[in-house]
Design a protein around this ligand. Structure first.
Ligand code: EPU
Length: 302
């Protein structure tokens, strides 16, 4: 979608929005899939309520984008614009055991920066791609920890109330790859309370997690991480593997040979290809095991 109205474009500029016309989501998402639309980069987080008001008043649909690491976006010209937070400098401030982190901060860099201040706990998240805001929204986790364990406070734009609010950690429910945030909430910043640990000990933990990840996941390839959530007491990856589906393809969308719950874009896969592959695998697992696999990847259908 393209914003053509000059008055709207000027008002957006006044609100600190940088506009990139006809941005290709193929270049932004980790899957390397997605159509084109106007990308609005918000340099002033506080202006979000006004930006939303302006778009709504002019009938312009929008979506909030984090880092694009866990996202499958539809093909062709998209019927909504996309908003993304610009990264402030600095994006992480440490005060004692508290890290105050902007939602646009890179998750991996945040983990290592905290480590340099002898703050640990998040070692398992080291190889999880994306922003802190994205990790927070879905309660990203790996190797026995999840980001929700460390959340003391979240600054969030609430789509329902159309205002910015500060929520305490205990006002938010963090479950397995799920939180109580609404789909139209936008994470702005988080205060993480982290345990003190010697730097070398944290580095050791990071190294072990990196090794495990390298051994089991297709890291160099275009993917959105795990496609499905694990059903209670079962492993989606193992079931897909046991069915012999590694390498199964629709166009260039392919079940990874390394980890069966990672679907990779092996070339120029379209969203249509990837969605067809997801549906096919889901149906086969349902037939063989009786589990209805739920997407972990977020899908933006047009
Ligand atoms: N397995 C297979 N074949 C495969 C993949 C896995 O047999 O192709 C088996 C493994 O051998 C293991 C079991 O399935 O016995 C579980 O596999 P793994 O340890 O790789 O963990 P996972 O449950 O598949 C989860 C998270 C990952 C996270 C890892 C490490 C989900 C959906 N996935 O994977 O998170 O990195 O644990 O903690 O919860 C993500 O969220 O995108 C993600 C990749």
């Amino acid at each position: 979608m393209r914003i053509e109205d000059k008055k709207v474009l000027a008002a957006l500029l006044d609100l600190g929005v940088e506009l990139k016309s006809d941005a290709s989501l193929t270049d932004i998402t980790y899957l390397g899939i997605g159509g084109t639309t106007d990308l609005l980069r918000l340099t002033r987080h506080e202006s979000i309520p006004e930006v939303v008001k302006l778009l709504e008043a002019n009938g312009i649909p929008f979506k909030f984008l984090g880092g694009g690491s866990n996202l499958l976006v539809a093909d062709n010209v998209l019927p909504w614009v996309v908003m993304q937070l610009a990264q402030p400098d600095p994006d992480v401030v440490i005060e004692g055991n508290i890290a105050i982190v902007d939602a646009a901060a890179d998750l991996g860099k945040t983990v290592t920066l905290c480590a340099k201040h002898d703050l640990g706990g998040m070692e398992g998240l080291i190889g999880v791609p994306g922003t802190v805001g994205g990790a927070l929204r879905m309660n990203a986790g790996a190797y026995g920890i999840q980001i929700g364990n460390y959340v003391r406070e979240v600054k969030v734009y609430r789509g329902g109330a159309r205002s910015i609010e500060i929520l305490k950690g205990d006002q938010i429910s963090f479950e397995y790859r799920h939180t109580s945030f609404a789909p139209d909430d936008m994470m702005l910043a988080v205060k993480l309370e982290l345990p003190s640990k010697p730097f070398r000990e944290i580095l050791q933990g990071i190294r072990i997690c990196n090794e495990k990840r390298r051994a089991s996941q297709p890291l160099g390839q275009k993917s959105a991480g795990c496609i499905f959530k694990n059903p209670p007491g079962a492993s989606a990856g193992r079931m897909i593997d046991e069915l012999g589906l590694k390498g199964l393809s629709v166009g260039d969308a392919r079940v990874s040979d390394r980890h069966a719950n990672f679907f990779v874009n092996a070339g120029k896969a379209s969203a249509k290809d990837m969605l067809a592959l997801i549906t096919d695998v889901r149906e086969r697992v349902q037939k063989a095991y009786g589990f209805e696999l739920e997407n972990e990847v977020v899908v933006w259908n047009a």
